[in-house]
Design a protein around this ligand. Structure first.
Ligand code: GAP
Length: 502
């Protein structure tokens, strides 16, 4: 049984994963706090992304840009003028609704990809939910959060909280390329906070006003846009593909290999296939359920102001197929805009072709941290009726706690002391907790619910033989391991050794 998103929010609050922000004062819509376990899980998730997409690659360098920037960055990027959502406003009571969401709820039909004209036509048939008046003409609402920098609060001191991490990677592009000695094709990566004043935040972490992104801007020589030296790595991956053409002709998504999708021209550039495949690979290697992913091309009407073509990696959330990662072809839009607005040259000399070029971003993989957090939780959640408790089957690299160490009996000082020693030993390398509260069964259940892969118990035999039992969360199988080999055993398990092979 899959939890609804509200049930997931309740579970997250109960387990200390995620809390509604400032609940003490009635909360702030679309803003959440990560609790003790959630902070660890989120940190692990972001570390794994950074490891896979930055540290383990030679063609990508990472930055950590600021949240505030010169306001011209956002004028140049087009966000100040164009970063809007379609909005319905009631002329009588002032009610405001995001048009596509309101239409979806009111009609039960998907509003994905509808043009402004189509949304306006549908809205004409509908009424304000508060006072039943007809809506005003379809409006547009800018989602940028504005603030003031310095002591004077006037138009000249306005600055914006970044609505995406991306722009700093363009603004710092020349410096990063030179410092990291990157040669085309190369990428710049960044992860961190983004802020959007969503008209209607909803579905818990899925649509928030403050969230985090993990993004890559990948720069390519303009004459080599179709040359992706790495596409072979993903060619054989099979995915559910839903092109714009399939959507227009009302056909179903179709499963195919990414190699075939490129050869048949369904996916126009090998770079899109490559980044979609790599992210899919990253999710599934960390335990996500491959059957719940598909890739969907944006309809022309859906494209952002900067995008020539966009594919989303989508996930089957309990409230439908929804975007997890957007991969837009931004062309040379951003670098050219920043050249025009700053008056600075952002072209690069490419040694291989001996040409000075403005690189293109054919594919910009942009993944939401909070949505990924939900995916890993949904795919890990298992209400195990036989055990009588929830088990979170989180990958050991993501689990907030990797080992929990227990004395078999909490009132026997010799067991408590030895268990503490074992815990301190494990804590040098892994995240480990010490727990002596309640029966051993209750302690196992508590760790199952927070996704701890291994529980280590010190019993009376341990005092004689200097060994412990280690229990596997997923199978509940137990093995005895000498304390001297415990760290190496856990290290092998984290790296993927099957428990049954110990
Ligand atoms: N730089 C491109 C960009 O920002 P986007 O599709 O607007 O593209 C990328 O956002 C990802 O950021 C989305 O796929 C989603 O995972 C996440 N995201 C966007 N808005 C969000 C929100 N309001 N709450 C949570 N995550 C969000």
């Amino acid at each position: 049984m899959t939890l609804t998103i509200d049930e997931m929010a309740t579970f997250c609050k109960r387990k200390g994963l995620v809390y509604p922000n400032s609940e003490l004062y009635g909360g702030l819509a679309g803003v959440f706090d990560y609790g003790p376990l959630g902070a660890e899980l989120k940190r692990n998730l972001m570390r794994e992304w950074w490891r896979f997409f930055v540290q383990q690659r030679e063609d990508i360098a990472g930055i950590d840009g600021a949240i505030l920037a010169h306001p011209k960055v956002w004028v140049a990027s087009g966000h100040v003028q164009n970063f809007t959502d379609p909005m319905l406003e009631c002329p009588k009571c002032g009610e405001k609704q995001r048009a596509d969401h309101f239409i979806e709820t009111a009609t039960g039909k998907s509003a994905d990809g509808l043009s402004r004209k189509e949304l306006a036509a549908m809205a004409k048939e509908l009424r304000c939910p508060r006072c039943s008046s007809p809506w005003k003409e379809l409006g547009a609402f800018n989602m940028m959060f504005a603030t003031h920098v310095g002591p004077v609060r006037d138009d000249a001191s306005v600055a914006y909280l970044r609505p995406e991490t991306a722009q700093l990677m363009f603004a710092d592009f020349r410096l990063v390329a030179e410092n990291a000695r990157l040669k085309l094709p190369f990428g710049i990566a960044q992860m961190g906070k983004a802020f959007r004043n969503e008209i209607a935040p909803r579905n818990f972490l899925f649509r928030c006003r403050e969230f985090e992104q993990m993004e890559i801007e990948y720069f390519i020589h303009p004459k080599q846009l179709m040359e992706c030296p790495y596409v072979g790595e993903v060619e054989k991956l099979r995915m559910l593909v839903y092109s714009a053409e399939m959507q227009k002709s009302q056909r179903d998504a179709s499963e195919m290999s990414l190699g075939d999708a490129v050869t048949q021209g369904t996916i126009k550039t090998p770079w899109h296939a490559y980044w979609l495949g790599k992210t899919f690979e990253w999710f599934t290697a960390l335990g996500a359920n491959a059957a719940k992913f598909r890739i969907r091309q944006h309809l022309p009407e859906e494209l952002s102001h900067y995008a020539l073509d966009t594919w989303d990696l989508e996930y089957a959330f309990p409230f439908g197929w929804k975007e997890l990662q957007g991969i837009a072809n931004r062309g040379d839009y951003d670098l050219k805009q920043h050249m025009e607005f700053s008056g600075k040259d952002l072209s690069l000399f490419d040694e291989a072709s001996k040409e000075r070029v403005i690189p293109h971003v054919v594919a910009e993989p942009s993944l939401g941290v909070d949505r990924s957090f939900l995916v890993f939780l949904y795919d890990a959640y298992d209400d195990d009726k036989k055990r009588g408790n929830v088990v979170l089957h989180l990958h050991p690299r993501l689990a907030p706690v990797q080992c929990a160490v227990f004395p078999l009996l909490s009132n026997r000082p010799e067991l408590v002391e030895k268990a503490r020693t074992v815990h301190l030993l494990l804590r040098e390398e892994f995240s480990s907790v010490f727990d002596r509260a309640g029966s051993i069964g209750r302690r196992y259940a508590r760790q199952d619910e927070q996704g701890t892969p291994w529980c280590v118990t010190v019993d009376f035999d341990s005092l004689q033989n200097d060994d412990v039992t280690i229990r596997d969360r997923d199978s509940t199988e137990q093995k005895r391991v000498p304390v001297a080999r415990l760290a190496e055993t856990v290290r092998a398990l984290v790296r993927g050794k099957p428990f049954s092979g110990l």
